[in-house]
Design a binder for this molecule. Structure first.
Ligand code: G4P
Length: 526
């Protein structure tokens, strides 16, 4: 019988991140095909909001329904149990993605070979870097014309601030794309531009094998040998530990749409990617093999039914074995709760589970007990760190437009913030409420949901801010002086922490110069 340690060791919990359109959905689907979780391409509904509907909130409502099913996709692949955590496709929901990244043990980044590193990827990589999350990079769309692979490697290194190490190498690109040489396995895979066909593998002994010349032609074979010689000269030998320490990202090349290079990626991934890692709590480090159960809520999914405020709280298991109906402690509320209908997500289906292990995600039906960041344990007082809030990018005042409904509005705002839809700041000077988001769309979603789920109506008033900075200082007097000077620009976040609202980069720079003893942070956990 498998022990808990076996169960931990075989789990791979990760997220695929990319700039919209690089191929995340396509790659996810191909991984599910290999895992036998789905049987035909096209089975995974893209949870991205169509480009044509960038500000259509009805579309978002529809997508919210779909995305419960794809929030966590678990399947077995060989001896491994894989959990893919989906991240929202629309860049306006980056905040959700940030939080999902706190629940994964590693990440696969998809980059479009023609576009290189794009803005969203850069931002998400910053979160990975903060957490030392190991990353593997998949350069996609090699069947299309794109950039020189050496240039792409340089760009990845420079833009993502991480060492890279190619583990496969393309033979040409675009119309002339012939396949990849798999450096990790020393094999040659030939490309057929056909979505139905799987890769044709040519058995070879080593790079000098003439079967390479026969398969791709002498000129391309020579070029491949030259390229690989250069790679071996420039890039140090692949070191798994450097990958696990998040110092080096292995790079694969392929075409997700053509299911090319995907299996090689997956096979390498399961071998080298980390099983659940220890998690920092305020009290101590929690190891996955600690016998007592613990987990934290990283995402809350509100139900579509506006008449019942029922949600699903997504709990990432950090240690011990989770059991259905066992008494667990909800640390923030100081209550003991039993979960009679926890769901696991296997092959896109939700089903009730009796037990789950570190690395797994269980969905707990909830009617308002949970907030993002809550800890659940077998009894211990634990508070997990590492669910930071990041400075929003857009800010607006929220104003009540129906004086009879101010209670509903307050309740609605509070619950949507608990769900992590956006961040609330209260100006300390005038008491006005400010909502901060990562994109315009979220304001529309909030307004719509406040109306439909809480019967409250609101209006937005413009507010031009650059960043919300969490402030701290070891010098109480300096802090007091800063607060006196900037009293109109101070707010409290949800947890009651002081936040400085800087209306421009220049103002922030001046504040830094004038108050050298104050530290300004763009995220709430420093
Ligand atoms: P995303 O989730 O990262 O946003 O990207 P998604 O997988 O939806 O892919 C974006 C577009 O790129 C899709 O085309 C998809 O078919 C295409 N694509 C993905 N991988 C490859 C590849 O390896 N080669 C080529 N040539 N295209 C690829 P679309 O026309 O926007 O959408 P669809 O109508 O095909 O779904």
């Amino acid at each position: 019988m498998a022990t808990i340690n076996d169960e931990i060791a075989r789990r791979r919990t990760f997220a695929i991140i990319s700039h919209p359109d690089a191929g995340k959905t396509t790659l996810t689907e191909k991984l599910l095909l290999y895992g036998g979780a789905i049987h035909v391409a096209g089975a995974v509904k893209s949870n991205k909001i169509k480009k044509t509907a960038t500000s259509d909130w009805m579309e978002i409502e529809k997508q919210r329904g779909i995305s419960v099913a794809t929030s966590v996709m678990g399947f077995d692949y060989g001896d491994y149990k894989i959990n893919i955590l989906d991240t929202p496709g629309h860049q306006d929901f980056a905040e959700d993605t940030y939080r999902t990244l706190t629940a994964v043990d590693s990440v696969i980044i998809v980059v479009d070979v023609a576009k290189g590193v794009e803005q969203q990827t850069r931002k998400l990589m910053e979160v990975c870097r903060m957490r030392n999350t190991p990353v593997i990079i998949f350069v996609n769309k090699l069947d299309r014309e794109g950039r020189d692979p050496f240039d792409i490697l340089d760009e990845l290194e420079a833009e993502l601030h991480i060492g890279v190490r190619p583990l496969s190498w393309p033979i040409n690109i675009g119309a002339k794309f012939k396949g990849v040489y798999n450096i990790y396995e020393h094999s040659l895979d030939l490309f057929t531009p056909d979505k139905q066909k799987v890769t044709e593998r040519v058995e070879i002994d080593d790079l000098s094998d003439e079967r390479i010349d026969a398969a791709v032609g002498q000129a391309d074979a020579d070029k491949l040998r030259e390229d690989l010689e250069l790679i071996e000269g420039v890039y140090p030998e692949f070191d798994v530990q450097a990958y696990l320490d998040a110092r080096v990202a292995p790079v694969f090349f392929g075409s997700a749409l053509n299911t090319f290079g995907v299996k090689e990626l997956l096979d390498c991934f399961v071998k080298i990617a980390p099983s659940p890692r220890p998690v920092e709590a305020l009290e101590h480090t929690v190891r996955p093999d600690d016998p007592s159960f613990s987990g934290f809520v990283f995402k809350i999914h509100a139900n579509m039914d506006p008449n019942h405020r029922s949600c699903i709280a997504f709990v990432k298991i950090c240690s011990g074995r989770f059991e259905r109906n066992a008494p667990y402690r909800h640390v923030r509320l100081g209550k003991t709760l039993k979960f009679s209908a926890p769901t696991a997500f296997m092959a896109q289906k939700k089903s009730i589970v009796d037990e789950a292990y570190p690395g797994d995600i269980v969905g707990i039906p909830d009617t308002g007990n949970f907030k993002i960041g809550d800890t659940v344990t077998g009894g211990e007082e634990l508070h997990f760190r590492g669910l930071p809030s990041f400075s929003p990018e857009m800010f607006k005042y929220i104003e009540n437009t129906d004086p009879m409904k101010s209670k509903q509005l307050d309740k609605g705002i509070q619950q949507l913030m608990d769900e992590g839809v956006a961040q609330l700041f209260v100006n300390q000077f005038n008491g006005r409420k400010i909502i901060g988001t990562v994109g315009q769309l979220q304001f529309e979603v909030i307004q719509y949901r406040l109306e439909h789920e809480y019967g409250a109506s609101c209006r937005w008033e413009p507010l031009s801010l650059y960043k919300a900075c969490w402030i701290e200082s070891d010098d109480a007097e300096a802090m007091a002086a800063f607060k006196r000077r900037k009293h109109q620009f101070l707010a409290l976040d949800r947890e009651g922490r002081d936040v400085f609202l800087a209306d421009s980069a220049y103002v922030l720079q001046m504040a830094r110069t004038d108050f050298p003893d104050i530290r300004f942070h763009f995220s709430s956990e420093y």
